[in-house]
Design a protein around this ligand. Structure first.
Ligand SMILES: *[C@@H]1O[C@H](CO)[C@@H](O)[C@H](O)[C@H]1NC(C)=O
Ligand SMILES: *[C@@H]1O[C@H](CO)[C@@H](O)[C@H](O)[C@H]1NC(C)=O
Ligand SMILES: *[C@@H]1O[C@H](CO)[C@@H](O)[C@H](O)[C@H]1NC(C)=O
Ligand SMILES: *[C@@H]1O[C@H](CO)[C@@H](O)[C@H](O)[C@H]1NC(C)=O
Ligand SMILES: *[C@@H]1O[C@H](CO)[C@@H](O)[C@H](O)[C@H]1NC(C)=O
Length: 324
């Protein structure tokens, strides 16, 4: 009785809550469609705006269509060469694609779509993901398109959360979206709803769901009853972006092919060095390496160095400096 009343009131509350959902794997990827369905089922008014095709690894890169039509098919051949460069699902006017990077899709939503098609709706939260693949640590922060969309939303003053998952198989939703609650993408979607619900439940009198200039980065482990860890309900562990186990993107040169391949390099003293926040928190990498846990880190878009480091630099260049 108590449970169902609580459920009802949170559904009623959620009716007025507006979420912008994006990703970097493309608008037709199973993960984002599962997230859209679960967030919508939870009572949120969700507007999905995502790249027409895979845009992983674009970070905050701001690229957008310079033609009115698509120059090639997307990876699932859902939208084809010659189709409009942006548009919506025929049966759902809340689901949109744009031929752009994730960061530019966020601007497309705020600068064009919402003013023109959604009566300047107030967005309460921007959610990106779930990415097909982890985006751990400060080293992926700049590189990930999922996170790039997220910090672009934070730049605009919106609370935003990036979600990424260990499952890397990016599939077409028309092939793979199902109703199995143990499907990895459905588990990720339900964990996303759990965190989003928690943020709304705890907003209280705060003006926004998160402090100004702050966003969240969440990484979820391999899930499903089939995985060796049998992980279906990973708990969130509060973490930080720097730390001992942080890995750095690097290159492996192959002298036979005379080509390069992606290769993670071990972190350095620089990535282990915590300058901001609670440095005793585990790194995201440490959390994910610990089993059935998701890392949850707060990041800020104030990239300015902390006072001590700032002062040390100022001394070094003081001969060059003038006052405004
Ligand atoms: C990826 O997912 C699709 C759809 O579920 C499946 O058909 C395919 O076999 C998967 N590929 C891999 C490499 O797991
Ligand atoms: C999932 O459930 C919905 C609603 O019950 C139904 O319309 C849909 O066909 C189901 N999808 C699959 C893949 O079974
Ligand atoms: C995973 O856990 C579920 C529920 O506890 C159980 O039914 C299933 O057999 C387990 N699978 C494996 C591979 O251990
Ligand atoms: C290097 O390239 C060759 C030729 O393409 C390939 O056969 C080999 O597997 C590659 N080696 C590694 C370590 O990837
Ligand atoms: C990278 O770190 C791992 C784990 O600490 C260690 O086993 C390995 O030797 C390191 N690799 C290099 C090239 O330093």
């Amino acid at each position: 009785m108590k449970f169902s009343l609580g459920l009802l009131s949170s559904i009623a509350l959620a009716a007025a809550q507006n979420i912008l959902l994006t990703n970097d794997d493309g608008w037709a990827s199973t993960g984002i469609r599962a997230a859209y369905r679960s967030l919508t089922d939870a009572g949120y008014n969700v507007i999905l705006v995502a790249p027409v095709e895979q845009r992983s690894g674009y970070g905050g890169t701001f690229m957008y269509s310079y033609t009115n039509t698509l120059l090639h098919d997307d990876q699932f051949h859902y939208k084809l060469q010659g189709d409009d460069a942006w548009g919506s699902e025929e049966d759902d006017d809340h689901i949109w694609y744009f031929n752009a990077t994730p960061a530019a899709c966020v601007s497309f939503a705020f600068d064009y779509l919402i003013p023109n098609y959604f009566a300047d709706l107030d967005i309460d939260l921007v959610v990106a993901g779930p990415n097909q693949g982890l985006n751990e640590d400060d080293t992926m922060y700049t590189l990930s398109g999922t996170v790039g969309a997220t910090y672009n939303a934070v730049y605009r003053g919106y609370p935003a959360v990036a979600f990424s998952g260990s499952q890397t198989n990016n599939s077409f939703f028309k092939d793979s979206l199902n109703n199995d609650t143990n499907d990895p993408q459905n588990i990720y979607a339900s964990k996303m709803v759990e965190l989003v619900d928690t943020l709304f439940d705890n907003q209280g009198d705060n003006a926004a769901l998160l402090p100004l200039s702050v966003g969240l980065n969440v990484n979820m482990p391999k899930v499903s009853t089939q995985s060796s860890t049998n992980c279906t309900d990973p708990k969130f562990v509060f973490s930080r972006l720097t730390g001992q186990d942080v890995l750095i993107p690097g290159l492996a040169y192959n002298s036979t092919s005379n080509l390069f391949a992606w290769e993670y390099k071990n972190g350095t003293a620089a990535t282990a060095n915590g300058l901001h926040g609670d440095v005793t928190l585990p790194s995201e990498d440490t959390v994910l390496a610990s089993g059935c846990y998701s890392s949850l880190s707060a990041f800020s878009i104030d990239y300015t160095a902390p006072t001590l480091e700032q002062q040390k630099v100022k001394v070094l260049v003081s001969d060059l400096l003038s006052e405004l």
